[in-house]
Design a protein around this ligand. Structure first.
Ligand code: ATP
Ligand code: MG
Length: 450
């Protein structure tokens, strides 16, 4: 038999019921018996005191002599024979424990502990001790028997019915409680079969509900990752096809003798090889960053100085397009940042490259450095065409390029922003974009201080 959670819960409830019933039963039984015992012993004592009074009365009426007391007692007891609660033996002892009076159907002296013992008093003076045995409490014991018997039966039935109900509801509850587990198990099997986007119903807010929610989130991620992987392969294949086709075409022309293998004829092929190498290098870096294997060679860097030097490299390009390229910093002395200058160079070269590429002649590209809490923010704004709001969510995806760049074959591979994002995030920073069509685009790179 499989030990399922349902069965375990059921077993726990059953054990609990058995334990509780046992405890209840024993306690109730003992209590009741104790109650009867006390009641009986009190009753015994009361009867004994009454008899002691009677004996004291006889003693006094006989002129303080014990001589006729036994006779009076015997007479009295035989007159009351009809009553069931007569004691079987009455014994009076004097101060030296000598038997001086004896009455009743039983004779002889038995163990003292079996007698109820009370003093016989005359006023405040003790004149003897009464030992009384078998003082006819039979009806009381009979009642006790009946009550205990009835109670036992009632408790037993109560326990049986309550247990049955508890077990039934326990079993139902256990089933209900573990039902989400069955869903999860089924879903895991589906995932094993490759149905990655399997979702399970979230029916509660308890731990099972949380597991279900986490599970759904996980499968969503899995499906997205799988989707991305498929896209990546397709994208890479696509990116490789164009340069390869061009190279093939050029090589065929050379082979057919249409073109001689002069250095300038090899130029288009060389261009494509460069493009391919860059693609492979970009892909390599991206994949490394994505699996978190990127080695950062961090060193204290003065970010303003760093940006100044970087901008110098773009001055010629900016001048060609008559673009105003400016760097603005706040007066406050910025702390040194621990960053990898090579990686950051790649990030900003791409951002500046994009900005200069998209900004029309006589536009402006501005770089602003500010401090915001624990971060230094570098904002790159251009006066380019802006990015379509529908495209904004995707521009950090690899191979993503605007429609025009794609169709015209201008621009790069579409990996630049994806790499920038990974590199910035490897520095525990973040990169954000705001853009307005016709107005321009601003990329903000936030880098943590320390
Ligand atoms: P790579 O950087 O790999 O050479 P790329 O520049 O085309 O190629 P990204 O830098 O990732 O690729 O940019 C992705 C796309 O985002 C670009 O093709 C372009 O459509 C859009 N884009 C990026 N920066 C700007 C900008 N400053 N203004 C307008 N569009 C932009
Ligand atoms: Mg780019």
């Amino acid at each position: 038999m499989k030990i399922t959670v349902t069965r375990k819960v059921f077993l726990i409830i059953a054990t609990l019921i058995a334990f509780m019933s046992g405890a209840f039963f024993t306690l109730a039984h003992n209590d009741l018996e104790g109650m009867f015992r006390t009641y009986a012993s009190e009753a015994r004592h009361r009867t004994a005191v009454q008899w002691a009074d009677v004996i004291s009365y006889f003693y006094q009426t006989e002129n303080h002599s014990w001589v006729n007391v036994t006779d009076s007692l015997t007479k009295m007891m035989s007159q009351n024979r009809a009553q069931h609660d007569l004691p079987q033996q009455l014994i009076v002892l004097d101060g030296q424990n000598h038997i001086i009076v004896q009455a009743g159907v039983q004779t002889g002296m038995r163990d003292r502990s079996m007698y109820t013992t009370v003093p016989i008093m005359e006023g405040d003076r003790q004149i003897g001790t009464l030992l009384i045995y078998g003082e006819g409490l039979d009806p009381l014991y009979e009642i006790e028997e009946t009550v205990i018997h009835t109670m036992t039966l009632a408790t037993m039935w109560g326990i049986i019915i309550a247990s049955a109900l508890a077990l039934l509801s326990g079993a139902l509850m256990a089933r209900r409680m573990t039902r989400p587990l069955k869903f999860i198990l089924k879903a895991i099997k589906q995932i094993t079969r490759g149905e990655l986007d399997t979702q399970i119903p979230v029916t509660s807010t308890d731990e099972f509900g949380q597991v279900a929610r986490a599970f759904n989130e996980m499968t969503r991620q899995l499906a997205a990752t799988e989707e991305a992987r498929k896209h990546l392969v397709a994208d890479v294949a696509h990116e490789l096809r164009i340069p390869l086709t061009i190279m093939q075409g050029q090589l065929e022309l050379i082979q057919q003798g249409v073109r001689g293998p002069k250095p300038e004829d090899l130029l288009p092929i060389h261009d494509e090889v460069i493009r391919l190498s860059r693609l492979v290098q970009d892909l390599h870096q991206l994949s490394q960053a994505e699996v978190g294997k990127l080695q950062l060679r961090k060193q204290p860097t003065d970010i303003v100085h760093f940006l100044q030097r970087l901008l110098e490299n773009f001055e010629v390009e900016a001048m060609d397009k008559k673009i105003k390229l400016e760097l603005q910093t706040i007066d406050e002395q910025l702390p040194m940042l621990k960053v990898d200058p090579d990686r950051l160079t790649q990030v900003f070269v791409n951002l500046l490259g994009n900005a200069l590429r998209y900004t029309p002649d006589e536009g402006t590209v501005r770089v602003e450095v500010t401090r915001s809490g624990d971060f230094v923010e570098v904002a790159l704004s251009d006066t380019g065409p802006g990015i379509d709001p529908n495209h904004v969510p995707f521009i950090f995806n690899r191979f993503y390029r605007g429609d025009e760049d794609r169709s015209r074959g201008t621009g790069g591979t579409g990996l630049g922003l994806a790499i920038a994002k990974e590199f910035v995030e490897a520095h525990q920073g973040k990169i954000e974009v705001t853009s307005e069509l016709g107005m321009g685009t601003t990329f903000v790179v936030s880098l943590p201080i320390n």
